[in-house]
Each structure stands twice: as C-alpha cells, then as structure tokens.
Design a binder for this molecule. Structure first.
Ligand SMILES: NC(=O)c1ccc[n+]([C@@H]2O[C@H](COP(=O)([O-])OP(=O)(O)OC[C@H]3O[C@@H](n4cnc5c(N)ncnc54)[C@H](O)[C@@H]3O)[C@@H](O)[C@H]2O)c1
Length: 259
C-alpha cells in the first residue's frame, strides 16, 4: 500500500512494543524517517536498526517528554510531519481500589504524556503545513466499563483533547484519534496482564477467559493484531486522509455499542 509518506519525518511515542512498534515499522517500510521513544531501553536497542533513531525516556513525566522531543527536533533538524501519541497503560481494578495515587499516575501516563508532547511539537509542526497527529485512545473511551475507570476516563479525555486540538490547529495540522478494541499485545499477554486479570475474575483457564470476555461484550471480530491499528494510524497520518481531522476511528471491539 502506498500511503504517500515517503520522505516524511515521523515520531512515535511508546513504540518499542505492540501497536507503536507495528506503526513504526509500517511508516518506516513506507519510506518515512521514524524516531521511536519508549521507556524500555533494552527493546529500543534491540530494534533500533529498523528505525532512524530511538530515545529512551519515561514519557509519563515532564522531563521524559522534554528529553524525547528535544532528541526528535535535534535529530530531524526540524519538527516531525507525523506525530503518533501512543502512550497508554491500563490494568483492571475495582473503583474502590483505585487510590488517589493511582488516579494521578494514570492521568500522567494516559493523558499528560500526549498533552505535553503536543504542546512541545505542534506549534513547530504547524509551521510545516500538512502535518498530522494521531492519538491512540481506546474503545473504552466510548464504552465505559467499571473495571478500568482511571484508564477509560483518561482515554475519554483524550477524545476531547484531540478534537479541541483539531479545531485549534486547522488547517495547518490535522489531529485524529483511533479507538482500538482488544488488540493482542503484551498489555493482554504478559504475566499479570489483562488475560491473567480475566482468569482471576472468571476463575477459568486463559483460553476460556479470553473467549468469554469477547462473547460477553459482543465482540464478533475477536481480538485484533497490532497491524490492524497500525494501518489505520498510517492512513490517518497520511495525505490520503487530507480531508479528515477531528475524527475518532473505531477499530474492532466498539461494535458492542451498537446492540
Ligand atoms: N492492546 C489493546 O487491547 C488496546 C486497546 C485499546 C487501546 N490500546 C492503546 O494502545 C496503545 C498501545 O498499547 P499496546 O497494547 O500496544 O501496549 P504495549 O504494552 O504492547 O506497549 C506499550 C508501550 O508503552 C511503553 N511504555 C509504557 N509506559 C511508558 C512510559 N511511562 N514511558 C514510555 N514508554 C512507556 C512500553 O514500554 C511499551 O513499549 C496504548 O495507548 C493503549 O492504551 C490498546
């Protein structure tokens, strides 16, 4: 597929694994120069040969975002044409279990990382003309569940933020969001990840727990792959989507809201 992004400069945050990694690879294969930021330095070093540059930073902190965006501006010698804000971490917990500290931490990860990165880069991206931002939200932003309230609340905020930015920066920078349903990444598969959390709450084995989760929520497309989201991000970031801004694209699991 030719997304017409050859020669463009792209910055992907939280891109060492999962959806961010698939997006970085796809944009790179399409001929863009790609910088990936992540806190997982070992994974970045292992995968660095696939991209133009990597920067290790904790993007849930002001210092980390400052360090990563400074690296991007210095390495490219200018602002990126494409910014993908992919940082997000969610874990199940009951409402009563989510302390003030956890709410604050979730806010830093799931909202402030994106906000700080946009504040650092968008004014400069606007000077380029034709730049675009894609933010990774979640189906939970539109389909609230009681088990991930901190995460879902931040992701809903991300939709408001994306639309407000789209208004402010039109026509110079387009800003869109993708809302993935369940996607098979380490968020699900890692020890203690969502599958293990489901095993604990349903009291069944891993395979049955995942199947039951998808059935309970009417998710007939099942679980998606990182490339399914990467393709949507690449499209929204590309000139093929030049007439799309302020949009929120449902991917997969959001179908459950229709019945
Ligand atoms: N996987 C899903 O089912 C799903 C569904 C909806 C939305 N999302 C969203 O997609 C995005 C990517 O999720 P994924 O499933 O690919 O996750 P993932 O766990 O595979 O990857 C997340 C990446 O973020 C990095 N990271 C975490 N905290 C960081 C920090 N403080 N600073 C820098 N990097 C940090 C990790 O090292 C990792 O590389 C997130 O915003 C997530 O909320 C995922």
């Amino acid at each position: 597929m030719d997304y017409r992004i050859k020669g463009k400069y792209a910055f992907i945050n939280a891109g060492a694994h999962g959806i961010g990694e698939a997006t970085a690879d796809l944009l790179s294969q399409e001929g863009a120069s790609v910088i990936v930021a992540d806190r997982d330095g070992a994974a970045l070093q292992e995968k660095a040969h696939r991209w133009t540059g990597v920067v290790e930073a904790d993007l849930a902190t002001a210092d980390g975002v400052e360090q990563a965006t400074a690296y991007v501006l210095a390495t490219f010698g200018r602002a990126p044409d494409i910014l993908v804000n992919n940082l997000g971490v969610g874990n199940s917990a009951s409402f009563e279990e989510i302390s003030d500290e956890r709410w604050a931490r979730s806010f830093e990860i799931n909202l402030m990382g994106c906000i700080r990165t946009c504040r650092a880069l968008l004014p400069k991206m606007a000077e380029l003309g034709g730049a675009s931002v894609v933010n990774t939200a979640s189906d939970l932003a539109k389909q609230p569940e009681p088990t991930m309230m901190d995460y879902g609340t931040c992701k809903a905020g991300l939709l408001y933020f994306s639309k407000a930015l789209a208004v402010q920066y039109a026509p110079k920078v387009r800003v869109n969001a993708v809302l993935p349903g369940p996607i098979w990444t380490q968020m699900w598969s890692r020890p203690g990840g969502i599958v293990d959390q489901l095993v604990e709450s349903y009291g069944v084995d891993r395979e049955t727990a995942l199947k039951r989760f998808l059935e309970d929520r009417y998710m007939p497309l099942g679980i998606g792959q990182p490339e399914d989201v990467a393709n949507a991000i690449a499209f929204l970031a590309s000139p093929l989507a030049k007439f799309i801004t302020g949009a929120t694209l449902d991917i997969g699991g959001t179908l459950r809201g229709l019945i």
